[in-house]
Write a new protein. Structure first.
Length: 255
């Protein structure tokens, strides 16, 4: 009888531990699920895919090489949140998000693009970025989420093969669309001088690029232009303390 009571007691303890672990797991997964639903909703309501036939027709009529494969309903999107300044999209990737810019670089670490609180946060532009020019470097930050969302897929740019198959992103704004041609990718630290927002001269930019090229893990498939803005995509990495993985490219105006 005592033996049975002991077994029942152990079983109860096991069930309590199991339920506690299950509750912790569910609690950890909820932000991922909520963020996934919210960002899918934004895609559904504010993003429209441009049919390939239409892309080809517009390219021919505009004598352009390429048309952006998506279009954004900017009016309604900015009514939802005026902090939205762009949209970043990578074909055949999970990266398809609005870009926000807050008054600081902390709020959108823990808030989504609709300003609701969530540990997935947002893709956000450095609050210090202002005018876009050939001397600017706009920096976009995003979490490295365990489920592969936000900017987690940037880590794939450690591979030259992956880079060559996904050599550009599209960056859309209310006033124009850009092709982000990737030139460099590598591991740096969170306080690296490569997080440079603007250059005073062409010489300063060239010296910066030379330092960056020495850290890059990829060989670029594009020729770098000196008169185009730079954009850097940044996420956490875990090789060393305070490590970051960054991908940088040049913004080429498409329209």
């Amino acid at each position: 009888m005592r033996k049975n009571r002991g077994l029942i007691g152990l079983l109860i303890i096991f069930i309590i531990i199991f339920l506690g672990a299950l509750a912790m797991t569910v609690r950890a997964l909820l932000p991922y699920l909520e963020a996934g639903r919210e960002y899918k909703k934004l895609e559904k309501f504010y993003v429209q895919e441009v049919p390939e036939k239409q892309q080809n027709e517009e390219a021919e009529s505009n004598q352009a090489q390429e048309i952006c494969p998506i279009a954004i309903n900017w009016k309604e999107l900015k009514e939802m949140n005026p902090d939205i300044v762009g949209w970043i999209y990578g074909e055949d990737t999970k990266i398809n998000y609005p870009v926000v810019q807050g008054k600081d670089n902390t709020f959108y670490l823990t808030h989504m693009a609709d300003r609701s609180k969530n540990s997935s946060g947002s893709i956000f532009m450095d609050c210090r970025n202002t005018e876009r020019s050939e001397f600017s470097n706009e920096i976009l930050y995003g979490h490295h989420m365990k489920n592969g969302s936000m900017f987690a897929e940037l880590q794939k740019y450690k591979s030259q093969e992956y880079y060559e198959a996904h050599s550009c992103f599209y960056y859309l704004t209310e006033t124009g669309n850009y092709r982000l041609e990737i030139l460099r990718a590598g591991i740096i630290t969170g306080d690296s001088e490569l997080y440079h927002l603007a250059f005073e001269s062409q010489e300063e930019r060239e010296a910066y690029v030379k330092r960056w090229d020495g850290k890059s893990k990829i060989v670029p498939v594009f020729s770098e232009k000196n008169d185009t803005p730079l954009m850097t995509l940044s996420t956490c990495s875990y090789e060393t303390k305070n490590a970051r993985f960054v991908v940088q490219g040049q913004l080429i105006r498409m329209d």
